[in-house]
Design a protein around this ligand. Structure first.
Ligand SMILES: CC(C)(COP(=O)(O)OP(=O)(O)OC[C@H]1O[C@@H](n2cnc3c(N)ncnc32)[C@H](O)[C@@H]1OP(=O)(O)O)[C@@H](O)C(=O)NCCC(=O)NCCS
Length: 169
């Protein structure tokens, strides 16, 4: 778990150098103990089949994660999962993100019918990845993110499983 938390907290370090980082973060880095609760909760959601978490490792170190959470369990939205993904800065552009999202989508096939996500409109790399694996844009949410005094628009995308879904792109 420590490694997962270190990986997550690395994005707060990155934000200092890259203020446009395309991840929705808290206004200040969360406390370690709160992250322990978050990951423990994720584990119990996975056991209940309300979430999927796929982790990328390089030389035994966590370098990325893709998770899908059931939108609202036991409701009329529970066929939908919400996806998030991030690869640690030094490991991007090597094909890890693509492998990770395809694995998460493959595992999600038994749990969800539709996957949704939100992506900063300036995050061209992520948008290109999502389009490549089959996500479709259905809208734009202006000023969805407020980071300090700057606003970011968000692109809304969904992926619908079909009998022909292909996870080997
Ligand atoms: C978005 C992200 C998950 C992609 O992961 P990655 O490991 O860097 O991506 P990959 O190397 O697997 O590349 C996947 C696709 O992204 C695009 N891509 C990757 N690097 C790129 C670059 N430097 N320029 C343009 N497109 C690029 C390509 O379409 C690529 O597909 P291809 O390899 O078939 O050409 C990763 O860059 C990341 O974690 N970014 C910061 C956090 C973030 O923005 N998360 C998304 C939140 S919605």
């Amino acid at each position: 778990m420590n490694d997962l938390i270190d990986n997550y907290l690395s994005y707060y370090e990155e934000l200092k150098e890259n203020p446009d980082l395309g991840l929705v973060l808290y206004k200040s880095p969360p406390k370690y103990i709160d992250e322990v609760s978050w990951f423990s909760n994720l584990y119990s959601e996975v056991l209940k089949k309300d979430a999927i978490a796929v982790v990328a490792e390089e030389n035994g170190k966590v370098v990325g994660m893709c998770d899908i959470h059931r939108l609202r369990p036991n409701s009329e939205l529970s066929h939908i999962g919400n996806l998030g993904i991030a690869i640690r800065k030094e490991y991007r552009g090597k094909g890890i993100g693509k492998k990770l999202i395809l694995k998460a989508l493959e595992e999600g096939k038994n749990l969800f019918e539709i996957i949704q996500l939100e992506v900063f409109s300036n995050n061209k790399i992520a948008i290109s990845l999502y389009e490549k694996v089959g996500f479709i844009t259905y809208g734009i949410f202006p000023n969805r993110i407020k980071r300090k005094d700057k606003y970011y628009d968000v692109i809304l995308m969904y992926y619908k499983y079909t009998e022909n879904s292909n996870f080997n792109k």
